[in-house]
Design a protein around this ligand. Structure first.
Ligand code: HXC
Length: 517
């Protein structure tokens, strides 16, 4: 008869087999590639001792291609829940040492269970991807499980934050789960994402491209905009994920996180008084403005290397998480183009879905002119940002630092699209366009007819500048709520935010709007 000790011994044997994954040789191989194992990653991601595994004993049901003799309990993915600085999260880590982390029916269903539990419990979900893709031996069963995951990612969208950390291959249709999640972190050199790999591309189009150029972290961080954060190593990626989780609410109903701030809410931003150059065409770094206004902890920039003409990211204001959107005069003079519009629109929609207040810093000379922008659909893409801001009902605060020209003035969270608190610095210029362009259009005949055309042109530019290149016409019309000294920006925003935190604003009931995709 089997004793209690035997039964526990059997349990331990099975658990140990699951923990061993694909065995020491394959673990060695993983380390040699500079990658950690699934369990090592979970250890680094979660608070010490907080991980509770589920489904460690799940096995595949495949009997084709000799798979019945190749059973690794856990089926190539480690799933469970734990905490990050005390905040509960659900997570899964694909184990490349077991079947190359490939996703078969049961592997996929384990991930589905995690997503279902995360939605039910209102906890963020973090997926660590390192996989050869659909498990070839399981055929359509693995495709079915993929689609079950995609469906759940969509259902969870806007309900719980979803983060994908890509730490190895992620190819073919497998990329669509991360693509639907809110944030993608990629590890430089070891992570690759693409729909079709270099070999297929060579066969079909004759293009030659390396794995790294095609789908590495740098490519997706700067060219495609697919990824939001690039990490130097597995460790760096997991640190970053912990930082991000700290800033985000656990779900769409729990309210935005507020910590005790070590920074003074009445601190004056004296460095901002002289940050705007005297020459209106000279750039400056808007990140310096962001860092001075926010609490002294670091600002976490999102998609820093993509569409750098707009800066988006998270920080805290008097302890409360806020999302910041700022035109960057250092890049393309801060113009809005296709990539900047879609980058900022997605960020605004994430913040709105999760109740994160928005701070918009405006210095925008307009939309970027050019045939390639028009043919690429700047009308449709620019409309996304206008739509996202108009739809957002979270607290919205806008500071016009310098230029707010043309349609871009309206789009960048103006009063007219229901921003709650709009202020401008004395350096602000709110106008249909810059003085030079405006004078050229409305006074061309007068300039041509003048005895000294250049003198007349300059006189008219000065007149236009005097009339419009300031914030006072807009202030007189109530389009901005105040003109403030730059040094007072933090103080004013802290007060406005504390008034707005419980604001209520509704929109007409509807199934969903029709954002111009
Ligand atoms: C089953 C797989 C596998 C897969 C890898 N393995 N991918 N098993 N299904 N898709 C197994 C290998 O047989 C090997 O097993 C182990 O994982 C490690 O693989 P290696 O090739 O030795 O590793 P490496 O040299 O690092 O190459 C990794 C790789 C390569 C680049 C991912 O394995 C590869 O190209 N795999 C196939 C990728 C692929 O075409 N997948 C389908 C994509 S289409 P042993 O036992 O030897 O250790 C797709 C559609 C999804 O995913 C659709 C969703 C809707």
């Amino acid at each position: 008869m089997e004793s209690a000790d035997d039964r526990v011994g059997e349990l331990r044997r099975r658990k140990a087999q699951s923990e061993a994954g694909g065995g020491p040789q394959r673990v060695d191989g993983q380390h040699k590639k500079g990658k950690l194992t699934a369990r090592e990653r979970l250890d680094l991601l979660l608070d010490d001792g907080s991980f509770q595994e589920i489904d460690a004993l799940v096995e595949h049901r495949c009997t084709d291609f000799g798979m019945e003799g190749n059973v690794i309990p856990g089926d190539g993915v480690v799933c469970g829940h734990g905490t990050i600085n005390g905040k509960p999260v659900h997570c899964y880590a694909q184990d490349f040492t077991a079947y190359g982390g490939s996703l078969g029916e049961m592997h996929g269903l384990k991930i589905c269970k995690i997503l279902d539990m995360a939605i039910k419990s209102g906890t963020p979900v973090i997926g660590m991807n390192d996989s050869g893709g659909a498990r070839i031996q399981e055929g359509v069963a693995s495709l079915g499980s993929y689609a079950e995951i995609f469906f759940r990612n969509v259902r969870a969208s806007g309900v719980i934050p979803q983060i994908s950390v890509i730490m190895g291959p992620c190819a073919g249709g497998a990329v669509y789960s991360p693509a639907i999640t809110d944030f993608i972190v990629m590890v430089d050199q070891t992570a690759h994402m693409f729909i079709t790999g270099p070999e297929v591309i060579k066969t079909v189009t004759n293009e030659e491209v390396s794995f790294e150029d095609l789908g590495g972290a740098m490519t997706h961080g700067s060219k495609s905009g697919v990824t939001h954060f690039t990490a130097e190593s597995d460790e760096d990626a997991l640190d970053l994920t912990r930082e991000l989780i700290g800033l985000l609410p656990s779900n769409n109903l729990c309210g935005v996180p507020t910590l005790n701030s070590a920074d003074n809410p009445t601190r004056e931003c004296n460095g901002l008084s002289s940050i705007i150059p005297d020459d209106p065409n000279k750039p400056y770094d808007v990140c310096a403005v962001i860092r001075d206004i926010l609490d002294s902890d670091a600002f976490l920039e999102v998609q820093a290397d993509y569409a750098a003409n707009i800066v988006v990211g998270f920080g805290r204001l008097n302890g409360t998480t806020v999302g910041v959107i700022a035109n960057q005069p250092k890049v393309l003079a801060g113009c809005l183009d296709i990539d900047a519009s879609t980058k900022a629109a997605r960020f605004v929609r994430f913040c709105d879905a999760f109740g994160i207040p928005l701070i918009t810093l405006v210095d925008v000379p307009g939309f970027l002119p050019g045939a390639s922008q028009e043919w690429g659909g700047i009308i449709r893409h620019g409309a996304k940002l206008l739509y996202a801001y108009s739809e957002a009902t979270v607290p919205k605060m806008t500071v016009i630092l310098r230029k707010a020209y043309g349609g871009a003035y309206d789009v960048m969270c103006s009063k007219h699209i229901r921003s709650d608190y709009n202020v401008a610095w004395p350096s602000a210029e709110l106008a249909v366009m810059g003085a030079d362009g405006a004078v050229q259009i409305i006074h061309r005949r007068r300039i041509d007819a003048a005895g000294n055309p250049e003198q007349e042109r300059q006189r008219l530019v000065d007149e236009y500048t005097e009339r419009f290149a300031n914030p006072y016409q807009a202030a007189a019309m109530g389009y901005i709520d105040d003109v403030i000294e730059p040094s007072q920006t933090r103080v004013k925003l802290v007060k406005a935010l504390s008034m707005l935190l419980d604001k209520e604003e509704t929109r007409p009931a509807r199934k969903h709007g029709n954002i111009p995709l």
